[in-house]
Write a protein that binds this ligand. Structure first.
Ligand code: ADP
Length: 480
């Protein structure tokens, strides 16, 4: 969204002291931009809270008919097949979905009229009665959010997990009770549209270039990520990655809210915070020190997953869970599909699906998570990132690359002089190349470093196709 933080604040609908936050919704006239899942969820939630809601969608009616049925059932108005500026008439504020670009005419129109534009995260937080635990970062958000959810579930605590992962926050925000917890994965897109969003515990996992195509510069991207802490008070806790230079530097140089700072690290002790001591996760809360039982046996592989675990443990400790309450969920967490997911071993070759690795940093983490030689399938739709950073790890660990998709040419130019490669336009053919090159004992790793939309609906689709190709290969081998 184009609205800068200052403009956003100036344009905020005033909330008089003592006014319930849901009164910011009741009897208001609200325009929701976009009929994707979070747009529909927020429209339904706000209608339930007594707002007059309209939803505007670019797609034609035929493509959003299921969403329209849901809106009709609640008497929510809508326009489809394009946006009209008239729909901003008499509107108090707009709510925008993550996929809506800043150039959208309703967003630019709202800005011109001085209307606030909020994200779904912001408005859902107004109706949510429970404390919020929020996770952001360039990589590891889903894993860390899901891991935190497992810890709460296995500790017998009532928590709902959602946001960017699974259910939209608006789908469950209104039902949350004070003693429960909303554990949310939060994206930069959502943080662009916050105003009063205030998590009890908020984590910034790491910062690496991603979505620079949308956010412009690394500084702007970093500023948006740090907004997660902006409304926290002294009674809240900000959890930061002590090993991430960009995080530490920005934190030192800027005023980042009033929360108490906790740290996590896989390099050495931090206080207050949680760190990997070489064998287990250790903690120092300022009041107590010790090791988390069973943290020497984590299932998801790689150092980055130890970092994610440390962050999840820091959240739970900061929120008052005990180390023994944390232990069971921490240990049992199996990892998340499409993130270094071990698919099968066929003909001595291990196949790993890391389809969610859509930027070079995620690929870098995957490359150092295995001891065996790698054949890495990379490519897809380039997001304007620099792949050259992968050269040292690829030279050390990769037998070869199988390149595909629209980014293949760029990958050839940036990596091809240093690492053996073969390319294929189609993903299926790149898989065949990888299988031909791999030796027994190797890992064939799908870690594309790119978005999937040139050949697939999304990264999940790409991961499913990869898993099907592995199955087909296994059958072929069986019948040989
Ligand atoms: P996000 O939700 O931020 O995209 P995911 O948990 O879905 O993060 O993981 C995305 C990709 O990043 C996967 O390839 C995963 O293996 C990798 N990854 C997970 N945690 C980290 C981390 N802490 N640092 C770097 N890469 C990570």
């Amino acid at each position: 969204m184009a609205i800068a933080a200052e403009d956003n604040r100036r344009a905020t609908v005033p909330t008089p002291a003592g006014m319930m936050t849901t009164d910011r919704i009741k009897e208001r006239s609200i325009l929701v931009i976009g009929m994707a899942r979070s747009g529909i969820a927020t429209a339904l939630m706000m209608a339930d809270a007594g707002a007059r809601v309209t939803v505007s969608e670019m797609k034609p009616e035929a493509e959003v008919s299921a969403a329209i049925e849901q809106l009709k059932a609640k008497n929510i108005g809508f326009e489809v097949g394009g946006h009209t500026l008239g729909s901003l008439e008499n509107v108090d504020f707009v709510v925008t979905s993550p996929g809506v670009p800043p150039s959208n005419i309703l967003l630019t129109g709202a800005k011109e009229r001085g209307l606030p534009a909020y994200s779904e995260l912001e408005v859902a937080s107004w109706v949510c009665q429970s404390p919020i635990l929020a996770v952001t970062g360039s990589n590891g958000k889903t894993t860390t959010t899901a891991w935190t959810g497992w810890i709460y579930k296995h500790a017998g605590r009532h928590a709902q997990v959602g946001g960017n992962i699974g259910r939209a926050f608006s789908e469950f925000a209104a039902g949350m009770q004070k003693e429960q917890r909303a554990i949310l994965e939060v994206s930069t897109f959502q943080l662009e549209g916050i105003d009063q969003f205030r998590p009890k515990v908020a984590v910034l996992l790491n910062l690496s270039p991603d979505h620079l195509d949308r956010h412009g510069s690394m500084d702007e991207y970093t500023r948006l990520k740090f907004r997660i802490f902006e409304n926290q008070t002294e009674s809240d806790i900000a959890v930061l990655n002590a090993d991430d230079e960009a995080v530490v530097a920005w934190d030192q140089d800027h005023d980042n809210g009033r929360a108490q700072h906790w740290w996590f690290s896989i390099a050495g002790p931090v206080s207050p915070g949680v760190w990997w001591d070489g064998e287990s996760l250790s903690y120092d809360t300022g009041k107590a020190k010790g090791q988390i039982p069973g943290s020497n046996q984590l299932i998801p592989p790689g150092a980055h997953n130890r970092a994610n675990a440390a962050a999840a443990v820091a959240v739970a400790l900061a929120d008052g869970l005990t180390p023994s309450e944390i232990a069971t969920g921490l240990q049992k967490f199996p990892g998340v599909e499409h993130r270094l997911e071990r698919v099968a071993v066929v003909a001595g070759i291990t196949f790993v699906n890391d389809s969610k690795a859509t930027n070079p940093d995620a690929v870098a983490k995957a490359l150092v998570s295995f001891d065996q030689p790698l054949v890495v399938i990379m490519g897809g739709l380039d997001k304007g990132t620099d792949f050259g950073v992968l050269v040292p790890a690829l030279k050390e660990r990769a037998r070869a690359l199988a390149l595909t998709g629209r980014a293949a040419r760029k990958l050839e130019v940036e990596l091809g002089a240093e690492v053996p490669y073969r390319s294929a336009a189609r993903f299926e053919n790149a898989f065949e190349i990888a299988v031909e090159i791999a030796q027994p004992g190797d890992v064939v790793l799908l870690s594309p470093g790119c978005a999937s939309f040139d050949q697939f609906d999304n990264y999940e689709h790409r991961g499913q196709v990869f898993k099907q190709l592995v199955k087909d290969f296994a059958q072929r081998k069986e019948s040989e």
